[in-house]
Design a protein around this ligand. Structure first.
Ligand code: ATP
Ligand code: SF4
Ligand code: MG
Length: 329
C-alpha cells in the first residue's frame, strides 16, 4: 500500500551519568532504525524489554526530540516540533498506550474524554451523534451504556476500546499501538486485536503494533521488524520472518516463546535466549548480539553487520554476517 509514515535512520541517545567520576555518557536507546507504515497495513515491532520499542513509538509520535534521523509524512520531512504542521502531524499520527487505566483520567467520564478529543479536532457536533459513532466503531454499543461511566466502571478491554476511540476522534491516518493488549486478560486480547484489524481495513489505517509476543505479530501483522538492543536486526513479511527466521536472535526469540503451538519451531521451549542484553551505554563495536550468539564469528566482535538480503523472499533481510556473500570480507 501507500506509505503514510516513514522513518529513516531514526536514532535516540539519552544523556546519562555513570561510571567513574559520573562522566556524561550516552544510552543508545534507538540506533539507525528504519520503519515504514503503509495504508491498510500492520507493521509489528517485536523485541524483549529494553530493546527500544517504546522509544521508537515515542519518536514517531514526536513525544521525544530525536538525536538524528528523518521522519516523513507522505514523503514530506517533519522537522519542527511546534507550529501548524506539527499540530497537523499530531492529528494524523495517534498513539494507543499499553495501560488504558493510566491514559484515561479517573475523575472524568467516557463522555468527557471523547467530547474533549472530538472538540480538539473540531469534530464534535451539537448532539451525541459523533460520540455514538465513535463508540460504535470500537464495538461499544449502545453508547448510552458507556458514555456516562467512569473508567473504573469498565473492564480492561472496554477501557482499551475507549482509548482507541479517543485516538480515532482525531481521524488519524496512522496508529502507534504500544503493547495495546499486553495488560489485558489473555482471554480478551484477541478481541481487541481483531478490532484493530477491522479498523485498519475499514479506515485504511497504517498501524505500528509493538509487542513482546512474536506469535501475536504473526497473527496480526503484515510485516515484522525484530528489535535487539536499540536496532532492527531482521525485517520482512510476517509469515517469512516467523516461519523462516534468519537472524540468530529471532530464532531464539521464537524458540523461547511461551506458546510453541502457535509458532513454528521444533526446538520450542528447549532453548532460551541466554544471557543479558548488552549495556546500551556507549555500546561496543561489532554485532550487539555477539555475546549471546551461538554462531558468533571473530568479525562479529569488531564489525557491525550491515542489513543483508536473505533467501529469495523479497524484502527479507537480516543484520547478520551469516548472510554475507561467501568470501566477502
Ligand atoms: P519494554 O518492552 O520493557 O517496554 P522497550 O523495548 O519499550 O521495553 P524502551 O522503553 O524504548 O524499551 O527503552 C529502551 C532503552 O532506553 C532502555 O534501556 C531504557 O532504560 C532507556 N530509556 C527509555 N527512556 C529513557 C529516558 N527518558 N531516559 C533515559 N533512558 C531511557
Ligand atoms: Fe551472531 Fe555474528 Fe550474526 Fe551477530 S553477526 S547475529 S554475532 S552470527
Ligand atoms: Mg515499551
Amino acid at each position: 500500500g501507500d506509505t503514510v509514515l516513514e522513518a529513516v535512520g531514526l536514532t535516540k541517545h539519552f544523556p546519562v551519568r555513570g561510571g567513574l567520576l559520573r562522566a556524561r555518557r550516552h544510552l543508545h536507546a534507538v540506533d539507525d532504525v528504519n520503519v515504514v507504515l503503509r495504508r491498510g497495513h500492520v507493521t509489528a515491532m517485536v523485541g524483549e524489554s529494553g530493546s527500544g520499542k517504546s522509544t521508537v513509538a515515542r519518536l514517531l509520535a514526536q513525544l521525544h526530540p530525536r538525536t538524528s534521523g528523518e521522519i516523513r509524512l507522505h514523503g514530506e520531512p517533519v522537522s519542527v516540533r511546534s507550529g501548524r504542521s506539527f499540530r497537523a502531524y499530531c492529528r494524523r499520527v495517534q498513539m494507543v498506550f499499553q495501560d488504558p487505566f493510566a491514559s484515561l483520567n479517573p475523575v472524568h467520564t467516557i463522555r468527557y474524554h471523547l467530547t474533549r478529543a472530538l472538540r480538539i479536532h473540531g469534530r464534535m457536533g451539537k448532539d451525541d451523534t459523533a460520540l455514538e459513532e465513535l463508540l460504535a466503531r470500537v464495538q461499544l454499543s449502545p453508547a448510552s451504556r458507556y458514555l456516562d461511566k467512569f473508567p473504573h466502571e469498565l473492564s480492561g478491554g472496554q477501557r482499551q476500546r475507549v482509548a482507541i476511540a479517543r485516538a480515532l476522534a482525531a481521524d488519524p491516518e496512522a496508529l502507534l499501538a504500544d503493547e495495546p493488549v499486553s495488560m489485558l486478560d489473555v482471554s480478551i486480547r484477541l478481541g481487541v486485536l481483531n478490532l484493530l484489524r477491522d479498523l485498519k481495513d475499514r479506515l485504511d489505517l497504517a498501524i505500528l503494533y509493538i509487542t513482546h509476543d512474536i506469535a501475536s505479530a504473526r497473527y496480526f501483522a503484515d510485516e515484522v521488524l525484530v528489535m535487539y538492543a536499540g536496532q532492527v536486526v531482521e525485517g520482512g513479511d510476517s509469515e517469512t520472518v516467523t516461519q523462516n527466521a534468519a537472524h540468530p536472535y529471532t530464532r531464539l526469540l521464537i524458540a523461547s516463546a511461551p506458546d510453541p503451538d502457535r509458532i513454528a519451531g521444533k526446538a520450542a521451549r528447549e532453548e532460551e535466549v541466554k544471557g543479558e542484553p548488552p549495556s546500551l551505554i556507549d555500546p561496543p563495536p561489532g554485532c550487539r548480539f555477539h555475546p549471546r550468539c551461538p554462531l558468533a564469528m571473530p568479525r562479529c566482535r569488531t564489525q557491525a553487520p550491515p542489513r543483508l538480503p536473505v533467501g529469495d523472499q523479497d524484502g527479507h533481510w537480516a543484520a547478520c554476517w551469516l548472510y554475507a556473500a561467501e568470501g566477502a570480507g
